[in-house]
Design a protein around this ligand. Structure first.
Ligand code: AMP
Length: 420
């Protein structure tokens, strides 16, 4: 083999692709019911889009971005996440001037130079939403509800929603001082990275997987919320209660991106463990302004499709095997009949998936392929009769001869019988 795919990437091929399309379809349908409109933005952006929004001291920006200069000497980054890019598109296209609430959703690949391991890739796919234009805690609740509803529609039952509030810029100011002095006392126990985090951006210590013991001793932001943020958090909780959505408070959940304010949440699944969330999200009330727009609060989530698919309940694998099945398998028995076989396959495509076997191999071999492809009907074209084809019902093991000209009407009746 001359070439192999880059480390940390995957080829998504049949039959697995059918599971992917199914999962994406469930998210699309759920978003539609909640009134979210899909958006597509470039997979690369100017590096600046991510630098300050995600935060220079975060792991994503400091260690994980695919950044390069293009031939025009511009610094370009493959998007490591989509919120900053969606906000860039929101502003650049003037949506902030429309007022009201914008509900957008997206699906697509993201890129992070992370250490590849189970559930962690360098190219992975996220589905997510952004609700832009309101401070209302009802929209934090809606965001948690829309993703949980989609996951439930996929068959998940044992989901845990972890919830926290990281406050606003105001409460963060006084909390950061408190955190700094707590970290100074624990300095000899911090890892090298956290030594630096403590200086540059102390909240990022909470992202560290090596300093778990130290983290447990640090003061938590939720004990230092200002009045407004505390009231907002209370309303998020009481409205989640009101719609019967359960959650666990996790006072140390700060999420690895700087732009979050107030609500943060993650959705965990038992099989993946605490380090591997299915989904993460939260409020980011300052990001639009930081990106050069007017002060516009917003809230969103993103969920990892690889992780969702890796623990998808039962129906996933059966879909994978059924997804590439054909309805009609057109068997051509000789070269001279090829035009008739082509025409027959085109007729049948009005009624379902029709595949033409172009091998001209022996009937037995082609029939074996029809079975392998899960065909319900095989259509035999050629042989002795120049005007008739043989319709072979693969399930009932019955066959009937029909005129070429009668194929359309016959297929129609066959499919009506199906539906009736
Ligand atoms: P984040 O953008 O870091 O908040 O992550 C949101 C979700 O994306 C996570 O909960 C994961 O499901 C998924 N995710 C993040 N990073 C990766 C990765 N390297 N590989 C696969 N999935 C990921």
């Amino acid at each position: 083999m001359k070439y192999s795919r880059p480390r940390g990437t995957q080829d998504i091929l049949p039959p697995d692709i059918h599971v992917w399309r199914y999962v994406e379809g469930v998210f699309d349908a759920t978003f539609e019911r909640y009134g979210y409109e899909p958006v597509r933005t470039p997979i690369f952006e100017s590096t600046d889009v991510f630098l300050r929004s995600v935060g220079e001291a975060t792991d994503i920006v400091s260690k994980e971005m695919y950044t390069f200069n293009d031939r025009g000497g511009r610094s370009i980054t493959l998007r490591p996440e989509n919120t900053a890019a969606v906000i860039r598109a929101f502003l650049e296209n003037g949506f902030h001037r429309r007022g009201g609430i914008t509900r957008w959703c997206y699906t697509g690949p993201m890129f992070r130079y992370d250490r590849p391991q189970a559930g962690r890739y360098r190219q992975f796919h996220q589905v997510g939403s952004e609700v832009i234009g309101s401070l209302s805690p009802l929209l934090d609740v809606e965001t948690i509800d829309v993703v949980t509803t989609a996951l439930e529609a996929l068959g998940f039952t044992d989901l845990v929603v972890k919830l926290n509030s990281v406050g606003c810029a105001e409460c963060r100011k006084s909390y950061t001082d408190i955190l700094r002095s707590a970290l100074a006392k624990l300095q000899d126990r911090l890892c090298e990275d956290c030594d630096e985090r403590a200086l540059k951006n102390p909240m990022r210590v909470f992202d560290c997987k090596r300093c778990e013991d130290v983290k447990a001793e640090l003061p938590s932001i939720s004990d230092h919320l200002c009045q407004g943020c505390a009231a907002h958090f209370d309303q998020v909780k009481s409205n989640l209660d009101a719609i019967g959505r359960t959650y666990e408070i996790d006072a140390r959940l700060v999420r690895g991106l700087d732009y979050y304010t107030r609500t943060t949440f993650e959705i965990l699944h038992g099989e993946l463990g605490a380090q591997n969330a299915l989904c993460g999200g939260g409020r980011y009330d300052d990001l639009v302004e930081q990106c050069g727009g007017p002060s516009t609060p917003a809230v969103g989530f993103s969920a990892g499709l690889e992780r969702i698919i890796s623990v998808l309940p039962d129906q996933g694998s059966s879909l994978a095997s059924r997804g590439s099945d054909v309805d009609f398998y057109v068997i051509c028995l000789d070269d001279a009949s090829a035009p008739r076989a082509l025409r027959a396959a085109r007729v049948l495509r009005a009624f379902g998936r029709a595949e033409l076997d172009a091998s001209m191999r022996a009937l037995k071999k082609q029939l074996r392929n029809a079975e392998r492809r899960g065909a319900r009907v095989s259509l035999l074209v050629g042989g002795d009769d120049p005007d008739r084809v043989i319709w072979k019902d693969m399930e009932k093991r019955e066959q009937i001869e029909i005129e070429d000209d009668g194929l359309l009407a016959f297929a129609e009746r066959f499919c009506e019988g199906d539906n009736g």
